[in-house]
Ligand binder design. Structure first.
Ligand code: PEP
Ligand code: CO
Length: 432
C-alpha cells in the first residue's frame, strides 16, 4: 500500500528503535477526552456548537516555550469568547498544536545554488537549515517531537486547571505587547459587557458562576507521519476501539487522502473524530467513497470536512460537494479553512495570503451553506497571538513591503493577532 509524503530514513533499525521507544511512553491524550470531543463535534453537526480550530502551520521545536504557548492559548481564548458572545452558542477550541510538526511537501528535493537536498519536512523529521546533515531524516526527532507535544499539552492543561481560563479574570489573557489597537479596544468592550453580565447574575442570584469549569482546549495535527501516529495507537478495552492517543483530532491532508493509500487505511481504524481537508480536485465520487470508507456506520461526530478551495473557486466547487453529502446518510461537520486555497507569492517571492481573499472565502462559505440548508459549523485558521506580518491587509492595511517587518513562519503565512480578531468579530456578526 502506498504511504505518500513519508520521509526516507537511512537507517531502518534506528527508526524501528525510535518507534518502539515512542510506543512505550504514556499517551498525551485519553480516550475519554477523544470521545468527548467527538460528542462536541456531533453537537456541532446538529448546529448547536461552533468549532474554532487554529494555530501554526507548523510548530517548531524552538517555539516550544512558555511565551509562545501562552500567546497561542490567549488568542484562542479571546477569539472564542468573542465568538460565543456574538454567535450565542458554545465554541469548542481546537489548537493546531501539541504535535503539528510534520509537513507535506510538493517536492521531495529542494534545489538551491545548484545543490539538491531532501526537502525540509518539519521538525519531527529533519532540520530546516540547508545542509546535507540537517536534511537527513533523523529518527530521534520523533521522540523529541513527542516530548515537546507532551510538554505543550501539559502546560496548557496546567494553565486551564490553575484558573487561567476563568472568565472572572479575562485580564489574564491580555497580550503584553498589544497596548491600544482598534481590535484590542473592541475586544475589551465585549469583555467588559460579559463581565458586567456575570456580576449582575452573581449579585442577583447570590451565587458564583462557575464559568471556568473545565474549559476545554483540544489538540489537533495533521496525521501525516504514520510511524508517529501508529506508535501511540492503542486498543481501549472500555470502548473496544483503537485510538490515536497523540492527539484528540488528527486530520488527513489534501495530499494524502487517496482512497487506496496508507493514510486513509490508518484513519479507518481509529475512533478519533477526524478531519478531511478537501480542496479543488475533490470529486463527488471521491468524497462519497471517503465517507463510506472512513465512516461506514455513519457515526455522529466522526467526520469533519475542512474545505479549502480559495476565494475564486469556492462558488464553483463547494455546492456540488454539499449536495453529495446531503444525498448520503453520512453526518459530517463542515468547517471552512480560508487559508490554504489563498496562498500566493508576492512579486519578490514571499509567500503570503491577502486578508480580503480570506474573508471573502469565509463569507462565501457561510452564504453557500446557508443557501443550501447546510450548516457551516467551524473555521480552521493559521494564526498566532504574536505580532507578525505574514498576511497582507486587515485593519492596518499591511502591504507587500510590510511583510519584511516580522515574517517568522518557516512555512505558511499566519494571521496576526489583529487579523485573527477581525475574523472572529466578523464571524460573530460584530464587524464594525
Ligand atoms: C495545512 O493545513 O497546513 C496543510 C498543509 O493543508 P492542506 O492539506 O489543506 O494543503
Ligand atoms: Co499550512
Amino acid at each position: 500500500m502506498n504511504a505518500s509524503q513519508q520521509a526516507t530514513y537511512p537507517d531502518a533499525n534506528q527508526l524501528n528503535q525510535a518507534v518502539l521507544d515512542l510506543s512505550q511512553l504514556p499517551p498525551i491524550v485519553t480516550s475519554w477526552e477523544v470521545d468527548k470531543l467527538r460528542e462536541h463535534i456531533a453537537s456541532a453537526q446538529r448546529g448547536d456548537v461552533f468549532i474554532l480550530q487554529g494555530g501554526d502551520c507548523a510548530e517548531s521545536f524552538s517555539d516550544c516555550n512558555s511565551d509562545s504557548i501562552v500567546a497561542k492559548l490567549k488568542i484562542l481564548l479571546q477569539m472564542s469568547t468573542v465568538m460565543q458572545y456574538g454567535l450565542k452558542k458554545p465554541v469548542v477550541r481546537v489548537g493546531r498544536m501539541a504535535g503539528q510538526y510534520a509537513k507535506p511537501r510538493s517536492a521531495d528535493i529542494e534545489l538551491k545554488n545548484g545543490q539538491e537536498l531532501p526537502s525540509y519536512r518539519g521538525d519531527i523529521i529533519n532540520r530546516s537549515a540547508f545542509t546535507s546533515d540537517d536534511r537527513v531524516p533523523d529518527p530521534s526527532l520523533i521522540l523529541r517531537g513527542y516530548e515537546r507535544a507532551a510538554l505543550t499539552m501539559n502546560f496548557v492543561r496546567s494553565l486551564i486547571d490553575g484558573g487561567f481560563v476563568d472568565l472572572h479574570h479575562p485580564e489574564y489573557w491580555d497580550l503584553d505587547w498589544l497596548g491600544h489597537s482598534e481590535m484590542g479596544d473592541r475586544y475589551k468592550k465585549i469583555i467588559q459587557s460579559i463581565t458586567e453580565s456575570i456580576d449582575f447574575i452573581e449579585s442577583t442570584s447570590g451565587r458564583p458562576l462557575f464559568l471556568s469549569q473545565k474549559a476545554e482546549i483540544y489538540a489537533a495535527h495533521e496525521g501525516l507521519h504514520l510511524h508517529y501516529e501508529q506508535a501511540q495507537t492503542r486498543y481501549i478495552e472500555r470502548t473496544k476501539n483503537y485510538y490515536n492517543l497523540t492527539t484528540h483530532f488528527p486530520w488527513i491532508g489534501m495530499r494524502t487522502a487517496e482512497l487506496d493509500g496508507a493514510h486513509v487505511e490508518y484513519f479507518r481504524g481509529v475512533a478519533n473524530p477526524m478531519g478531511i481537508k478537501i480542496g479543488p480536485g475533490m470529486t463527488k465520487d471521491w468524497l462519497q467513497d471517503l465517507l463510506k470508507s472512513l465512516n461506514p456506520e455513519n457515526i455522529p461526530g466522526r467526520i469533519t470536512l475542512i474545505h479549502r478551495f480559495g476565494a475564486d473557486k469556492i462558488e464553483d466547487t463547494l455546492p456540488q460537494l454539499i449536495k453529495t453529502v446531503q444525498e448520503s446518510a453520512s453526518p459530517v461537520l463542515w468547517v471552512c479553512d480560508p487559508m490554504h486555497g489563498n496562498t500566493e507569492s508576492t512579486s519578490s517571492g514571499v509567500k503570503t495570503r491577502r486578508f480580503d481573499n480570506i474573508t471573502s472565502e469565509l463569507e462565501s462559505a457561510f452564504k453557500i451553506h446557508k443557501n443550501m440548508g447546510s450548516y457551516l459549523g467551524g473555521v480552521h485558521l493559521e494564526l498566532t497571538g504574536e505580532n507578525v506580518t505574514e498576511c497582507t491587509g486587515g485593519a492596518r492595511g499591511l502591504n507587500d513591503e510590510d511583510l519584511a517587518i516580522a515574517y517568522k513562519s518557516p512555512v505558511d503565512p499566519r494571521l496576526n493577532y489583529e487579523q485573527a480578531m477581525e475574523i472572529a468579530l466578523g464571524i460573530s456578526g460584530l464587524s464594525a
